[in-house]
Design a protein around this ligand. Structure first.
Ligand SMILES: Nc1ncnc2c1ncn2[C@@H]1O[C@H](COP(=O)(O)OP(=O)(O)OP(=O)(O)O)[C@@H](O)[C@H]1O
Ligand SMILES: [Mg+2]
Length: 250
């Protein structure tokens, strides 16, 4: 009989199996999408690393040599050639500024400290340089962490860089706290400022590449971005990523 329990179970079983297959395919596609997304980011970071080195070792070295030669010429000029000395002195200063800009750009592209000394040292350096560049104080609280792979360190460094830049550009904050902790198998990076705050929905749709890019990148690593803010109440940003298995801290 068509209404018997056995004949009803069969199509249901088939449907369930088909659903499982679709789910598995979807999960495989998602994994592949994340793998490709991470590969794109890695290529971009490699390119930044290469450009940073070129700028530092190529243009930077040439500017250093040029500055030395001009300074030597200046030293050789007799005291009575005052107008020429003045113009040459200005050229030496200009060269010095160009050299400093080149070094700064190189560090921004990919700070060597991240590859050489790791995330904690790179975050301390970032905090110090943003603190020194304007009126906003940057305080750090960095817990000792298990060793992290290079990709995760780069991810967290880029999130901190963008969040601190946002605080310094938009928040008019007096101070900002940069915090990195490991809790319950996750790494949490927090950037908390005491500035003017913003409308979170609007900020995420504002057309800047910073926050949406940060959110996408965290997703590729199985993480998430949490943003809380209100007018006049500062902004609290939290980036959460799972610790690789074996490194989980309770
Ligand atoms: N800490 C903050 N305090 C106040 N407003 C903020 C803060 N962070 C972000 N915003 C607001 O959210 C908007 C979007 O930020 P987002 O980083 O996506 O873009 P952006 O900084 O304007 O440009 P980009 O990052 O591409 O250089 C900002 O323009 C600003 O209005
Ligand atoms: Mg930004």
């Amino acid at each position: 009989m068509s209404g018997s329990p056995r004949s009803e179970e069969l199509p249901l079983d088939a449907l369930r199996a088909q659903y499982q297959r679709l789910l598995q395919r979807l999960e495989a596609n998602e994994r592949e999408f994340r793998r490709l997304g991470r590969a794109v980011w890695n290529v971009q970071e490699d390119e930044r690393r290469r450009l940073a080195r070129e700028l530092h070792d190529g243009l930077g070295q040439n500017l250093t040599a040029l500055k030395h030669r001009l300074a030597q010429l200046l030293a050789d000029l007799p005291a009575e050639a005052a107008p020429l000395r003045e113009r040459l002195g200005a050229a030496v200063d200009l060269c010095g500024d160009a050299l400093e800009d080149t070094r700064q750009l190189s560090r921004l592209l990919r700070p060597p400290i991240l590859d050489d000394l790791g995330l904690a040292a790179a975050l301390q350096w970032l905090a110090r340089s943003i603190d020194a560049s304007g009126p906003m104080r940057v305080v750090t609280e960095l817990e000792p962490l298990p060793p992290l792979d290079g990709e995760l360190q780069t991810l967290l460094f880029r999130v901190a860089q963008e969040a601190l830049n946002n605080a310094s550009k938009h928040a008019r904050a007096q101070s900002v706290l940069l915090r990195l902790v490991a809790r319950g198998g996750e790494l949490q990076l927090q950037v908390i400022d005491d500035g003017i705050g913003c409308d979170v929905e609007q900020a995420l749709r504002a057309g800047g590449s910073g926050l949406p890019g940060m959110r996408e990148r965290l997703r590729l690593y199985g993480g998430r971005l949490e943003l809380r803010s209100a007018a006049g109440q500062g902004t609290r940003l939290r980036a959460v990523v799972p610790l690789p298995a074996g490194d989980a801290v309770a």
